[in-house]
Design a protein around this ligand. Structure first.
Ligand code: HEM
Length: 386
């Protein structure tokens, strides 16, 4: 049973676990394994190829076949040679230069969304700004027509629940149904782009012979989930942090170039991805502890990013923090491919909103997080704009 305070503020629980041991072995959230809350241990395991990524569902389960098949072909859950091959193909599309080329598009999209809120006194930042912005951008990159992207919201929200510790049978059944719909949608779009190529990622992927059809579909679905379920949290959490720390917000307003370091601090302080998992492929010694072959390892990125051995005063938001070697985008071979894009979206969206709504403030003191253990995700962020 998870205490209700955990959803609001999981950090005291992480601190308590780290104080017992930064590599804690036990059964938490119904999952037995090693829980990593120490920064050094988390970074070492993420960089160690003996710890392999694996699909979240048990291999033996016969249920949720379509969901399992798609996850099997996702870059995120591949290892070694297969991972290197797929990563080099998909990685070519996600360079810092590519992200930079979207700068004008991101700025215009953010301004347009705020134009629509111009006459409004209040708004929900999550559903009316951060989510549509992230959605427009990933749809544009992939080549999903603007008017067709609305159905993705429900599908990606169902899929994120299938990879979270909180997953229930009902969530898995819904996720499986969403995968069936997403697969049908992308099969159709891929076919269209094969006969009529455009300037988009799906058209470029369609010409790659090294990608199997299943890998192609899984890449589209992974990018849609990543594009819809993570950056929205960085933008919303970032704005929430700044509104909760008015002195830091004032420092940023006085010195706009600090936005880059402010975004890094928001990534550390409220890491959008809080947890990632690995399995030991052989017996491995980490920091004097023997992790046995086949054991599960849960890396709590949000806890590692608040480790006082690395970050002085870790529970203080300091937008000038330097150095800030956070692990919000992971580390090692699976380091986030969308990091440049996500950073840029936040570096543009946050200042545009602060400029257009200089009196921006919270409209409620009762702000709820979605009940997900692996993701720090606000259910909504009601604000007063004027
Ligand atoms: C603030 C936003 C984001 C955060 C915090 C984030 C976080 C992460 C993390 C922690 C991982 C590593 C997972 C692991 O090691 O198991 C990862 C991997 C990945 N991310 Fe992101 N991500 C974000 C945005 C994006 C975006 C916008 C995209 C693409 C449009 C993206 C695409 C990917 C992909 C494809 C991988 C898998 C890489 C691999 O397995 O080689 N991410 N992300």
């Amino acid at each position: 049973m998870i205490e209700s305070d955990f959803w609001r503020d999981p950090y005291p629980f992480y601190d308590q676990m780290r104080s017992v041991h930064p590599l804690y072995k036990g059964t938490l959230f119904k999952h037995p394994g090693w829980y990593v809350t120490g920064y050094e241990e988390a970074a070492a395991i993420l960089k160690d190829a003996r710890f392999q990524s694996r699909i979240p569902l048990p291999e033996t389960s016969r249920k949720y076949e379509q969901l399992k098949h798609v996850q099997h072909d996702m870059l995120l859950f591949k290892n070694r040679e297969d991972h290197r091959r797929l990563r080099s193909l998909v990685g070519k599309e996600f360079t810092p230069k590519m992200a930079e080329s979207f700068r004008p598009f991101i700025k215009d999209a953010a301004e347009e969304l705020l134009d629509q809120l111009e006459s409004r006194q209040t708004a929900d930042i999550v559903s009316e700004f951060a989510f549509p912005l992230a959605s427009l951008i990933i749809a544009n990159i992939l080549g999903v027509p603007k008017e067709e992207r609305h159905q993705f919201r429900e599908w990606t929200a169902s899929l994120i629940k299938t990879i979270d510790f909180t997953r229930s049978r009902q969530a898995l059944a819904k996720g499986n149904a969403a995968v069936i719909k997403l697969t049908a949608y992308f099969k159709d779009l891929i076919q269209k782009r094969k006969t009529d190529p455009r300037e988009d990622l799906i058209s470029r992927f369609a010409s790659l012979e090294q990608l199997t059809e299943e890998e192609f579909l899984a890449a589209c679905i992974l990018l849609v989930i990543a594009g819809h379920e993570t950056t929205v949290n960085l933008i919303s959490n970032g704005l929430f942090c700044l509104m909760n720390h008015p002195a830091q917000l004032a420092v940023l307003k006085d010195n706009p170039p600090l936005i880059e370091s402010a975004v890094e601090e928001c990534l550390r302080y409220e890491s959008p991805t809080q947890l990632t998992a690995r399995m030991a492929s052989e017996d491995c010694e980490i920091n004097g502890n023997m992790i046995k072959k086949g054991e599960q390892v849960y890396i709590l990125l949000g806890a590692a990013n608040r480790d006082p051995n690395i970050f002085p005063h870790p529970h203080i938001l300091d937008i000038k923090r330097n150095p800030n070697p956070h692990l919000a985008f992971g580390s090692g071979s699976h380091f986030c491919l969308g990091s440049s894009l996500a950073r840029l979206e936040a570096q543009i969206a946050i200042p545009v909103l602060l400029e257009r709504a200089p009196k921006l403030r919270l409209a409620s003191s009762d702000i709820q997080y979605r009940k997900l253990i692996g993701f720090r995700s606000l259910a909504e962020l009601p604000v007063v704009l004027n």
